[in-house]
Ligand binder design. Structure first.
Ligand code: AHR
Length: 519
């Protein structure tokens, strides 16, 4: 078990930090390779796909009759990009959409499925062509764990109960037979179920007490149809909206013993104001710094919610599932405001790496995180336009840091300068390290300084780095991004700024960069 102080040090400096005033300032990092921290749950690299804008329709799913190259309706280019990302878990069908979704409308012959009104997202009418079979087949094809959110807000307990039976039962039971009649003989492997989404808001405007009772009621009827502890369904209760600590306290007190996980939602809003969030690509230094300050509040959120959970669950049996996070900016000009389509810049890549480092530093409690969202919505991995796709800077961070998935964390001690002249403290350097099953040590580093490089003087206790290889993601401008015309502006490149000697390592991190080293 990593001592709390060391965990904290993974993200913020332990000691009073000097302020960064000029290029060439040093940070000191110690990797305690002689110690082991908790395993980094690979589900921290999870994703979220909602029936929202063009995440599903026109993104993942184009339909089997589309002129866009597809495999049984799934966009081939998107499939290929996702394979390379090694997505561990995918949340579906929402978001707010989940609490108005009735799953039986999305099964059976597609042309016979009823349509539905998507009241939350653009008021579009959708044809239900992407339903349970399409989602679970996608997960199966890509080796992804499905994470299904059942409808608590406007659905019934019976509906939720039957859905779980439909997906997971192999018996000669009514729902399993209905699945067979729809062309799928064997059940799918579905281990993660969320009981409602944002039940304090779009999922039903419930009080924590009322939701806790509802969680217990729904949970009673979510049955395990597959024997064996490894197949037991992992039940995630709806957790708080960002800083609502009272919600966590009430849920843990009244329903903690019946849940496996508790969710947490927190979005980074550049301006801090929902009415005018700020542009995804047209911003200056102030917005850059305030965005980083907002995103680093994830540390406080995870620590404080986790501390409340500790009061009721000192053994950390209940996991924290940060199942919605990421940057939320104004939509791209001229696009449907209800579709939440935004571009993605180098700033967002740094932000993604900072959050992943925070989750890894709390690997003893954070069991899952799902960035919002996978394709064409909010902080997306992939943007699509007809048959073209663009991989965003955030995609590249997820791809570079995937080496940490399922690895054992290595405690780190970091002394970093802070960025100069910021109201909130913004450390220049963030670091996270792990050892994979083959014994390789992976070190990821972020330099948030927009003005120049930072040299990290690193000591590896208990191992000598030997040869070092790595990749870097950076660009000259904080607003740099990839477009359909110029898709390779922000991409990982080979990194040559690390020098090993004995058990020491010197790394020169370029301004605004993410570096991943393989020691
Ligand atoms: O991700 C977009 C929306 O944000 C989700 O539908 C909702 O859960 C959250 O408020």
């Amino acid at each position: 078990m990593t001592p709390p102080l060391l965990r904290w040090a993974a993200v913020l400096a332990l000691l009073a930090s000097p302020t960064l005033s000029s290029a060439g300032t040093e940070a000191q990092l110690t990797l305690r390779a002689d110690q082991s921290g908790p395993v980094i749950n690979r589900n921290i690299y999870g994703q979220f796909s909602e029936h929202l804008g063009h995440c599903i329709y026109g993104g993942i799913w184009v339909g089997p009759d589309s002129p866009i190259p597809n495999t049984r309706g799934y966009n081939n280019a998107v499939l290929e990009a996702l394979r390379n990302l090694r997505v561990p878990i995918l949340r579906w069908p929402g978001g707010c959409f989940a609490d108005e979704y009735h799953w039986k409308d999305g099964i059976g012959p597609r042309e016979k499925r009823p349509s539905m009104y998507n009241s939350h997202w653009g008021g579009v009418v959708e044809d239900n062509h992407f339903g349970t079979h399409e989602f679970l087949d996608l997960c199966e094809m890509l080796g992804i764990e499905p994470y299904v959110c059942v409808n608590v807000g406007s659905g019934s307990v019976q509906e939720a109960m039957e859905w779980v039976e439909y997906m997971t039962s192999d018996a000669e039971s009514p729902m399993a037979n209905l699945r067979r009649a729809n062309g799928r003989d064997k059940p799918w492997r579905v281990r993660y179920i969320a009981v409602g989404n944002e039940s304090w808001g779009c999922g039903g405007s419930m009080s924590p007490e009322f939701y806790a009772d509802n969680f217990r009621r729904f949970n009673t009827f979510i049955k395990d149809y597959v024997p064996g502890p490894e197949n037991r369904i992992y039940r995630v209760a709806c957790g708080p909206d960002a800083f609502n600590y009272e919600w966590t306290e009430t849920l843990m007190r009244t329903a903690g013993s019946q849940m496996d996980g508790l969710s947490l939602h927190y979005y980074t809003i550049p301006s801090g104001r929902w009415e005018s969030k700020g542009s995804a690509t047209e911003f200056g230094r102030d917005a850059y710094l305030s965005t980083l300050a907002q995103t680093l509040r994830m540390e406080e959120l995870v620590s404080r919610h986790s501390a409340i959970m500790d009061k009721f669950d000192s053994k950390k049996r209940v996991g924290l599932a940060v199942d919605e996070w990421g940057i939320w900016t104004d939509v791209e000009p001229g696009t449907n405001p209800g579709f939440l389509y935004q571009q993605n810049s180098l700033r967002d890549a740094l932000l993604a790496a900072l959050n992943l480092h925070i989750f890894q530093a709390h690997a003893d409690r954070v069991v899952m995180a799902n960035i919002a969202q996978m394709v064409n919505v909010l902080q997306a991995m992939i943007l699509t336009q007809g048959d073209k796709i663009v991989l965003t800077p955030t995609y590249h961070v997820f791809e570079m840091l995937k080496v940490h998935q399922g690895a054992t964390s290595i405690p780190v001690e970091l002394r970093t300068p802070d960025l100069a002249s910021t109201r909130e403290r913004i450390p220049a350097v963030s670091a996270s390290a792990s050892r994979d099953a083959a014994g390789h040590i992976h070190l990821s580093l972020v330099n948030t300084d927009p003005d120049g490089p930072v040299t990290v003087a690193c000591t590896v206790v208990g191992a000598a780095p030997g040869s070092v290889t790595g990749r870097v993601l950076s660009a000259p401008s904080m607003t740099a991004h990839n477009t359909f015309d110029s898709p390779h502006v922000v991409e990982p490149r080979a990194f040559t700024g690390a020098t090993a000697s004995g058990n020491g390592l010197s790394v020169v991190l370029p301004a605004m960069s993410v570096v991943v080293l393989d020691l």
